[in-house]
Design a protein around this ligand. Structure first.
Ligand code: BGP
Length: 483
């Protein structure tokens, strides 16, 4: 019989983000975050950024799935599934409500302490994202988000607080969620904290001015410096800390075998993946960056001491999300981008209801590609399928599409392990139904656990095990043998 390829200590689990699951958006001293100020949206009505909170009070992001109050129940369910790890995030604005406060909010600190203790009680190791689309709104308004260098020190202060408070409870950390996706994209606000001029959240604006682009790349540079400082600080405070970067894993294939398309795909891989990963994993900007900045009129300042800081603060491992792959062509994504997709759909692949190409082989490809380049352990911290789902009269939820999607991706991970890639864990998105980051909808469901809630906040918010819950339980108990 073939030996099981998954290592014994493989980290099976599930993932969420605070702003999407907690709710309690104005409770216990929490400050407002960037996502609190994003309306819900869909293809016809994209999300926008607004100053007003009242008009969007009932939007799903403010409610999440009520995990702030119901975390004990949720963690018990995760334990029932057999989770070894739970990937969640600390909401920055619960600890430093305005971002630039001198003292942290004790009630926020205590909340996460109890939550982590609860995980530990069930033998679940928390994997904690330090910031996942939750920049305090005050920092966006007052400082222009990460484009202001002072924010680096605010983040370091926040990191010091959480490393110190949760020493011994949390040992695996991720710095910035999808740093490449949220900041490089010119219209993005969620990671950069830069409020776009027109308040529209588009993914990639071909009309962005050199000033706008420069601001984004300055913000990204400041995040890199913050990440490098925080990695060093985390190691000082507890040498057992393992600190990783978190990247949106983009797989780009050439649309055709035309050399121009091949170069376009290579270019996309470089900009969207390696630009951020090189800095965080190798401690330096990629060799082609200078030409890229020059040709795109991107100008920003790199302080004298930054380069040394980047060299010293490289990460211990790589984590990334993987949902789909796209194609690149000489002509660019153009109209097909439509503000909702990011690249050209692959004619050989099926798509989800939201138009994302389903491509398990692309995960094996990316795992090999990242490992060949960086030789660091890899963790897939998001992977899943958004679906419209219904709870049947007998309270069952038959999410067969999810089971198939995840099964094929677990097979891809197994292949990569056989290839020799050190994959350390897998936390599908999402552990439980939560609000979509992209659209702000509750009806785009990803979880193993169904939450009885709709987009207007109606429903009991009670939890129900989906078919995928029982499937994943078997996968974990057999350590990936029984798929
Ligand atoms: C990633 C984010 C998550 C998450 C997921 C699914 O980009 O890190 O926060 O939500 O995508 O995307 P969506 O919620 O838009 O379907």
């Amino acid at each position: 019989m073939k030996k099981n390829i998954f290592p014994e200590n493989f980290l099976w689990g599930g993932a969420v983000a605070a702003t999407q699951c907690e709710g309690a958006w104005n409770k216990d001293g929490k400050g407002e975050t960037v996502l609190d100020h994003c309306t819900a949206g869909d293809r016809e009505h994209p999300r926008i950024v607004t100053d007003s909170l009242e008009s969007i009070y009932s939007y799903p992001t403010h409610n999440g799935c009520h995990q702030y109050e119901r975390y004990e129940e949720d963690i018990a369910l995760f334990a029932e599934m057999g989770f070894k790890t739970y990937r969640l995030s600390i909401n920055w604005a619960r600890i430093y409500p305005n971002g630039d406060d001198l003292e942290p909010n004790q009630r926020g600190i205590e909340h996460y302490r109890k939550l982590f203790q609860c995980c530990r009680k069930y033998g679940i190791e928390p994997t904690v994202t330090m910031t996942h689309y939750d920049m305090p709104w005050n920092l966006c308004k007052k400082y222009g988000g990460w484009s202001d260098r002072r924010v680096v020190e605010f983040f370091v202060r926040y990191a010091r607080t959480i490393f110190t408070e949760y020493k011994g409870l949390v040992k695996r950390w991720l710095t910035f969620n999808e740093i490449n996706f949220g900041t490089v994209t010119y219209g993005g606000i969620v990671t950069s904290g830069i409020i776009p001029e027109n308040r529209k959240i588009v993914m990639d604006d071909p009309n962005a001015t050199p000033e706008e682009k420069s601001k984004r790349f300055q913000a990204l540079h400041n995040e890199f410096v913050a990440s490098a400082k925080v990695v060093q600080l985390g190691h000082e405070i507890d040498p057992e800390n393992q600190i990783g970067c978190m990247q949106c894993g983009f797989t780009y294939y050439p649309l055709t075998s035309k050399p121009e398309d091949i170069l376009a795909a290579q270019h996309d891989m470089e900009i969207w993946n390696y630009y951020c990963m090189d800095v965080q994993c190798k401690g330096k900007y990629p060799y082609w960056a200078k030409r890229f900045w020059e040709e795109n009129d991107i100008r920003f300042s790199i302080a004298e001491e930054d380069l040394a800081e980047l060299r010293e603060g490289t990460v211990d491992f790589i984590s990334f999300s993987y949902y789909k792959s796209d194609c690149s062509s000489e002509a660019g994504a153009g109209e097909q981008n439509n503000g909702t997709n990011f690249g050209i759909p692959n004619p050989h692949l099926p798509q989800t209801a939201w138009g994302w190409c389903i491509d398990p082989k692309g995960l094996r490809y990316l795992l090999n590609d990242f490992y060949a380049r960086y030789e660091l352990p890899l963790m897939i911290v998001e992977n899943g399928i958004g679906e419209y789902e219904i709870k049947e009269a007998d309270n069952r939820i038959h999410d067969q599409a999810r089971i198939e999607y995840l099964r094929e991706h677990v097979i891809a991970i197994r292949e990569a392990l056989q290839d020799g890639v050190p994959v350390i864990g897998y936390t599908p998105w999402s552990a439980i139904d939560i609000v979509s980051a992209g659209t702000g909808e509750m009806k785009k469901r990803y979880g193993f656990i169904y939450v009885d809630a709709d987009d207007s906040g109606n429903g009991s918010y009670d939890r129900y095990r989906k078919d995928s819950f029982y499937w994943y339980q078997k996968v974990i108990s057999s350590n990936g043998e029984n798929l």
